[in-house]
Design a binder for this molecule. Structure first.
Ligand code: ATP
Length: 675
């Protein structure tokens, strides 16, 4: 239960009911969070603060939440700060009158630009006191940084950052110096970390969600002179989770919640075209028998697993009610008879990449289909041979500002699920029902739009034959899905056991490829001297918000790919590893260059082994001595995963799960003989 104890002496005299929330108050909460790794305590700190915001300045609730989750707007709005480490260093230097050289040297020594900013500030005499920062002011200032475009944009971004930094920590009255070691409660520190894209507080969005629910329900009950029961708090959390999974947009949810109360959210905040859902994901399997064991006595269906790009298509016919049309984000392209958007697996807007799909949408729908959200895979299509092309072909398409007349690589859309139809969410219906609705609402057009090929046979032999056919049709394997009953509903944002994937390649291997973050590289030798010859990869530990090294990789790259990677990665070189990289520090294992954590690569492996050189999963109790991490044997590069962000890489827990599942674990220790 969260209790808000009113302090005898208010440390923020400016923060009276109705006044903008001081940014310093949020930073104090961040500092308290930084002192612990315990989830419950972190949640409580957040909830207490959010509750105070609700009490005093509810109109700042939304920007407060956004600053807590290190976002300015929902992902689909496509708002990015567009700045790197060097621009931030420049701004720190210019604000504090220190040279870029000194800032760089500090960064090399300290490794955390947030702390570099704090150090720089404390050496700076305060000549005049600028106005204290407020949460809404910081949010607006950062929005301004993100939305600057055109000539001289970089310079103007630096100026805007300088403006924020020079007001940071202007007023120190009443500030509690919680931990000198960690830099204390400092606006400059968290501002800079926000700009870097990582607050490093172990504050996942999921934790903030729980804190929001606790804060709101406590506040609502308090207004009635009551304290919520444990059950009421749990109900509020469950409700907010469910609403957020269907409508992942704080911009929509928070105003509705503040206005109508948390328990009434379901009335107004429902799945709707324009706000992309996080897609449902599948669990990997290694054998068809594993699938049969899972679905014992339950009907399931098999579909081809197409190897393209996941796409969620949202559409509203022009004649539909205006409010639905307004719900679609501004980037939306006009389809002939309606408005539509296409979103990636990541909820990014793909409308500028696939205008060719948008212009044809109207011709794929049957009469009576007025609005929908469709889950599908876009696949490169060979127009002459009339067949699916490998993923690599799709990769060659331009990503932005594509003109329909210039499209060389044609795509065919393979639809496999329907989430919303004619004004109503259908996610809770069974897959059999959703599939029927899908087939009734759309009509296939050769080479443009098709339903995913499916088969409802339940026998091992039938599945084997279907799997072989899928591979012949250039697919990756099969998706096997629960077909009937409540468990066959669409579960947004879940990696569910109601969807299993069988990939042909991995039938006898580890069961799945891994998606890993590139942290560093080694200069090439021999033929590869002008490019990087090998790379250091890592998985993501969500609990500690760190990247744990897992392998070096030098196989699977063509010369052309190596050149491209060299170009791409050279732009994000950093002087030293980030403090949230968990790697072995032995001299001979250090890569020649380090990178910002930005790119995710899909990698295949023969199997997993324990190694003292890598850190993956070392906190997951796989090695009794606790010294070894998990590493990949014979890793092979498959492709860049543009549709995944670094924190969506394979998690340490998943790696540990794969390792435990692997047969060799039971056969005694294996040896580390990679690169
Ligand atoms: P990967 O794509 O590497 O297998 P992932 O983590 O992106 O991993 P998974 O849920 O593991 O996603 O695999 C499912 C993916 O396969 C979907 O995201 C989708 O892009 C693709 N896919 C292709 N055909 C289908 C289908 N018939 N049903 C569902 N997903 C499909």
């Amino acid at each position: 239960q969260t209790k808000l104890t009113t302090k005898a002496k208010d440390p923020y005299p400016d923060w009276k009911a109705g006044a903008p929330v001081p940014y310093a108050a949020l930073c104090t909460t961040f500092s308290l969070i930084e002192l612990t790794t315990k989830r419950l305590i972190i949640t409580e700190h957040c909830a207490l603060f959010l509750r105070q915001v609700l009490r005093l300045t509810p109109e700042d609730f939304l920007p407060t939440v956004l600053l807590m989750i290190n976002k300015l707007a929902p992902d689909y709005a496509g708002i990015e700060l567009g700045i790197g480490e060097s621009l931030i260093m420049k701004a720190i230097g210019e604000t504090t009158g220190r040279s870029l050289q000194v800032i760089k040297a500090d960064q090399k020594e300290i490794g955390d630009l947030g702390l570099v900013a704090v150090k720089s500030r404390s050496t700076q005499p305060t000549m005049f006191k600028p106005k204290a920062l407020t949460i809404r002011g910081v949010h607006k200032g950062l929005m301004d940084v993100a939305t600057v475009t055109g000539n001289g944009a970089q310079g103007r971004k630096v100026d805007l950052i300088k403006k924020l930094l020079s007001s940071a920590d202007a007023h120190s009255t009443g500030r509690v110096d919680i931990s000198k070691d960690k830099g204390g409660p400092s606006e400059a520190k968290y501002l800079v970390r926000f700009l870097e894209g990582k607050l490093r507080l172990g504050l996942a969005e999921k934790t903030v969600l729980v804190a929001i629910a606790q804060a709101v329900i406590s506040h609502e009950m308090e207004q009635k002179g009551k304290v919520p029961s444990t059950t009421q708090v749990e109900e509020a959390e469950a409700l907010l989770k469910s609403v957020y999974s269907e409508l992942p947009s704080w911009d929509v949810i928070i105003p509705a919640m503040v206005k109508n109360g948390i328990m009434n959210l379901k009335d107004t905040c429902k799945l709707r075209p324009g706000v992309p859902l996080k897609p449902m994901l599948a669990k990997p399997t290694k054998a068809i028998t594993e699938v049969l064991d899972r679905f014992e006595n339950q009907t399931f269906t098999c579909e081809y697993k197409y190897d393209g790009e996941r796409a969620q298509i949202h559409y509203v016919a022009k004649e539909r009610s205006d409010d639905l049309i307004e719900a679609l984000p501004s980037a939306t392209k006009e389809a002939a008879n309606g408005v539509a958007s296409i979103f990636s697996r990541n909820s990014e807007d793909l409308s500028k990449k696939y205008p060719d799909i948008l212009v044809k949408l109207d011709t794929w729908i049957k009469e009576g289909t007025k609005s929908f959200v469709l889950d599908c895979e876009t696949v490169a299509w060979d127009v002459t041979e009339k067949k699916v092309l490998p993923f690599q072909q799709l990769m060659t398409r331009k990503k932005k500002d594509v003109k329909v007349e210039d499209v060389k690589v044609k795509v065919c859309v393979f639809a496999f699920d329907l989430l919303f139809l004619n004004g109503e969410a259908v996610v809770e219906k069974s897959l059999r029902e959703r599939r029927e609705l899908l087939h009734n609402a759309f009509k296939p057009v050769e080479g443009e739009f098709a339903f995913a090929t499916s088969m409802n046979g339940q026998e091992l032999e039938e599945i084997q034959v279907f799997l072989d056919e899928s591979v012949k049709a250039s697919c990756e394997g099969l998706m096997v899905k629960m077909l009937d009953g409540s468990e066959s509903g669409y579960e947004p944002s879940k990696r569910s056991r109601n969807w299993l994937k069988i990939k042909k390649d991995y039938l006898s291997g580890v069961g799945d490829s891994l998606d890993l973050v590139v942290l560093g590289a080694y200069y090439g030798k021999g033929k590869r001297t002008s490019v990087y010859g090998a790379f250091l990869l890592a998985c993501y530990n969500a609990a500690s918000d760190t990247y744990e090294t897992i392998c070096n990789i030098g196989t699977g790259f063509s010369e052309q790919v190596l050149e491209e990677l060299h170009k791409q990665l050279s732009e994000i070189i950093i002087d030293r590893p980030k403090p949230f990289y968990s790697h072995s520090s032995g001299g001979q294992h250090q890569p020649d260059v380090w990178f910002e954590p930005r790119y995710v690569w899909e990698v295949k492996t023969a199997d997993l082994t324990l190694s003292p050189r890598y850190k993956a999963g070392c906190k997951e109790n796989v090695d009794p001595s606790g010294e070894k991490g998990i590493s990949l044997r014979f890793p092979r590069f498959i492709k860049i995963r543009d549709d995944k962000k670094p924190d969506e890489a394979t998690s340490s827990r998943q790696v540990a799960e794969m390792y435990r599942k692997q047969e060799s674990v039971t056969k005694g220790p294996s040896v580390d003989d990679d690169f």
